[in-house]
Design a protein around this ligand. Structure first.
Ligand SMILES: [Mg+2]
Length: 164
């Protein structure tokens, strides 16, 4: 079944910090991929993230985000890092249940007239613990464990058989 939607976790998947909800203003931009908050917390976007997101969009994939963070923090980080524009649907919640977030994404796409089956979805997360419930409640989502199943983001393009 053809993958139409790629859904990303954020913390420890797109960037090295484990919890962006901890970040406090003011946030300083160190460079394009690095920021630091008032308390010295630092975040760095992983290599190849931008180029991979760019390539996925270029190949007309729908991009989603499912992250356990306060929504306003997620919006702020994506805005400050200039990553917001890649994502078609962002679901950021103050609970850890990825299968609920992924169903919200499916519903939102349905509202936009896009029908997506679980087998059309690839979900990328650094925590395999989420995958069981995704399979149990949603079905055959293609779950990819970041840093185990793949060691860098450009391998997502290979999994999808896209030329990079
Ligand atoms: Mg994570």
């Amino acid at each position: 079944m053809k993958i139409k939607v790629v859904i990303f976790d954020a913390d420890k998947t797109l960037w090295d910090h484990y919890n962006i909800s901890e970040f406090e203003e003011p946030i300083k931009i160190i460079n394009r991929d690095e920021i630091e908050d008032i308390k010295g917390r630092k975040l760095k976007v992983f290599p190849e993230v931008r180029s991979t997101l760019e390539e996925l969009k270029r190949n007309n994939l729908i991009l989603g985000m499912a992250t356990w963070n306060y929504p306003e923090k997620t919006e702020r980080m994506l805005g400050i890092l200039n990553l917001r524009r890649y994502f078609d649907v962002i679901v950021s919640r103050d609970f850890p249940f990825k299968f609920i977030m992924i169903s919200e994404i499916i519903n939102e796409l349905k509202n936009r007239g896009i029908s997506v089956k679980p087998e059309n979805i690839m979900f990328i997360d650094d925590r395999r613990v989420h995958f069981g419930n995704v399979w149990l409640y949603l079905g055959k989502v293609k779950c990819v464990e970041m840093w185990k199943d793949i060691s860098c983001h450009s391998q997502i393009l290979k999994l999808l058989e896209l030329n990079s």
